[in-house]
Design a protein around this ligand. Structure first.
Ligand SMILES: NC(=O)c1ccc[n+]([C@@H]2O[C@H](COP(=O)([O-])OP(=O)(O)OC[C@H]3O[C@@H](n4cnc5c(N)ncnc54)[C@H](OP(=O)(O)O)[C@@H]3O)[C@@H](O)[C@H]2O)c1
Length: 285
């Protein structure tokens, strides 16, 4: 049975990947083992390193057959204080890991990227993912790239707004998307272990407008929906000064405005429904 390194193991997707890989010998690459959450106790070995630092990665791929990486800069507002931008993490940290994988003779490298990474220009988030995809394709390793739409947990921010009574919409809320559960993304990573397919564009089972997602959040809380609309052009002008003193926060806001105002609909590969996810989330507090 292939031995697998899961990098990004403390993240939402990384934890789900570990839970989905039931029978493989697993090594987890982490910065802080206490953040393994649901994956705690489910791996055979822990390797502590900061993937931005190549020296700290030495030996991480020793005796590993397959690497799955979901290392990425966070999309959560409350985790933004980290000074690392998307280029340092999504691109450079994964590139450092790829170099280690090549050196160690890893058989396959699976990367969790983002839907439309190669198409969307002018956004650090998308461009950093696309640039790493290119590094991977050029690496000579057998590879798979998984490109999900938004993952359900990012709507926790919407639920928090709904709890406070009003959900913000960038634009008019009509842009469509089919977000996907992290466990469905993990299942697809597992399917990719032995498949020859290299690119997986993956979305969830249902397409919603952004406004409909907001309505589902209110519904899960048993509250009447209320929205406030921010025109996208105005928001873009408003965040511009952020660039001068917090590039990371600027890139995150820029990403949020973009994905909330364009259609982001991928082939329907997920099974788990957003409504069930939100109901479970609100029921558990
Ligand atoms: N969330 C979404 O809606 C979404 C949608 C489409 C695509 N994606 C992509 O899917 C991938 C996984 O996303 P996710 O939602 O699971 O993100 P996440 O919960 O923020 O997890 C990111 C993981 O990367 C790790 N990491 C960050 N910097 C690191 C470093 N310097 N060295 C080692 N590990 C580092 C984090 O570790 P720490 O715990 O130590 O920070 C964490 O384990 C990312 O490429 C993301 O861009 C996400």
């Amino acid at each position: 049975m292939a031995s697998i390194l899961v990098a990004g193991a403390t993240g939402k997707v990384g934890q789900a990947i570990i839970l989905a890989l039931k029978h493989h010998p697993l090594r987890a690459l982490v910065r802080d083992q206490t953040q393994l959450g649901a994956a705690d106790g489910k791996v055979h070995e822990i390797f502590a390193a900061d993937a931005r630092d190549p020296a700290s990665l030495r030996g991480v791929c020793k005796d590993i057959d397959i690497v799955i990486t979901s290392i990425g800069g966070s999309l959560q507002l409350r985790r933004t204080p980290s000074k690392s931008g998307y280029w340092e993490v999504d691109y450079q940290a994964n590139k450092n890991l790829l170099a280690e994988a090549k050196q160690a003779g890893v058989r396959k490298f699976i990367y969790v990227s983002v839907f439309k990474a190669p198409e969307i220009k002018g956004s650090a988030y998308f461009e950093a993912h696309a640039a790493f995809e290119e590094e991977l394709k050029r690496s000579g390793l057998d590879y798979a790239i998984i490109r999900p739409t938004g993952i359900y947990y990012i709507f926790e921010e919407f639920v928090n707004f709904a709890r406070r009574g009003i959900v913000p919409l960038f634009g008019d809320g009509s842009a469509k998307t089919n977000p996907i559960d992290e466990h469905d993304v993990a299942r697809i990573c597992v399917e990719a272990l032995d498949a020859s397919q290299t690119i997986y564009d993956v979305g969830g089972p249902e397409v919603f407008t952004r406004r409909e997602i907001g309505e589902l959040c209110f519904q899960a809380l048993g509250k009447k929906p209320r929205f406030i609309k921010y025109p996208a052009g105005l928001m873009r002008a408003f965040i511009k000064p952020l660039k001068l003193f917090d590039q990371r926060l600027f890139d995150l806001m820029d990403f949020a405005i973009l994905v909330n105002t364009v259609d982001f609909v991928a082939p329907r590969q997920g099974h788990n429904k957003l409504e069930n996810y939100l109901n479970h989330l609100t029921a558990s507090g």
